[in-house]
Design a protein around this ligand. Structure first.
Ligand SMILES: [Zn+2]
Length: 101
């Protein structure tokens, strides 16, 4: 029973993380501070409930400055086919995240 309850809590935390990421992506263009608060909240939920951030979300947040990265808005994406990765550059701090494929 206890285990089940735990799973439900994790599930809810996961859903909230998903929602928060959506809010943050929508807000980043108009209110950077608010978007930052969403990211903070997301990270808190993730560590507090031990729910790992899904890859899609991990790759959408700059590891260096915690900014949500939206391609075309505050991030640029290029494909480095010779090395088989997608590079997403955070415009705010200039750092890149490489995702291998
Ligand atoms: Zn950054």
């Amino acid at each position: 029973m206890h285990q089940n309850k735990k799973n439900i809590v994790k599930e809810i935390a996961g859903e909230r993380i998903d929602l928060l990421f959506g809010f943050a992506s929508k807000t980043i263009g108009s209110d950077r501070e608010q978007a930052g608060r969403y990211v903070k909240r997301m990270r808190y939920l993730s560590s507090h409930y031990k729910v790992p951030l899904p890859k899609r979300i991990r790759n959408g947040i700059c590891k260096h400055c915690n900014e949500v990265m939206v391609p075309g808005l505050n991030a640029s994406v290029r494909i480095v086919s010779s090395k088989r990765y997608v590079a997403t550059q955070c415009i705010k701090c200039g750092k890149e995240i490489h995702v291998h494929y």
